[in-house]
Design a protein around this ligand. Sequence first.
Ligand code: ZN
Ligand code: FE
Length: 252
Amino acid sequence: MKIEIIPCLSDNYSYLIHDKETNIVSIIDPSEFNACDKIIQKYKKLDFILNTHHHADHVDGNLKLKKKYNSKILGFELDKDRIPGIDVLLKENQKHKIGNLEFKIIFVPGHTKGHIAFFFNKEKIIFTGDTLFSLGCGRVFEGTKKEMYRSLKKIKDLPPETKVYCGHEYTKSNLKFCLTYDTNNVFLKKKMREIEKKLNKRVPTIPTSIEDEIKTNIFLRCDDPAIKSALKLSSSSEDEVFSKLRDLKDSF
Ligand code: ZN
Ligand code: FE
């Protein structure tokens, strides 16, 4: 499984997946036609388009790419009226194949009502869209914060070595936020140095891993006594801590 990271718009990432055995080419969340088409031209075909959710910065390339390459568009059944050009309606926990590559649909509502993540079990790779970011999480637009937290926990429960490919390069500002409330976390400081190195070289900070995120992403650490205490929420529930963090980040 070869993955090409395609930077789009100001801070989006689309991803091209090439299954070398079958020569099946797929793209996850084509934000814009031109940037994606440039990479697709190397393969001269695009079999599938996979969408994590309906937002314009994740689906804007759908129709033009479908028209040019006669691709099939896959998205969650709940978003059948919101994902442009959708052909295949995916269900929660369903397993689906693109070439020989099998992935499972993880339903992760919160950012939107129909948000899904694509988990490639054998390769231990997940595409999380705008649900889990490196050191952050998406804003809660259509769901509740409780739903969002439950969704993040589903991702947190995947094997720790799982590589995470998310929808945006928000790592730098997420890092600043984490450092504000998780001041003594040695893993976070180590992660900071790795991130700075990458950003200085102007390369993506993606992928991250579940293991790294559990150790450093404040939104996955709502049960940590040090963070609870920094927020003056020592006796609060994880849901309450998450809700507070999301509010603070929204105005950060
Ligand atoms: Zn979005
Ligand atoms: Fe987005």
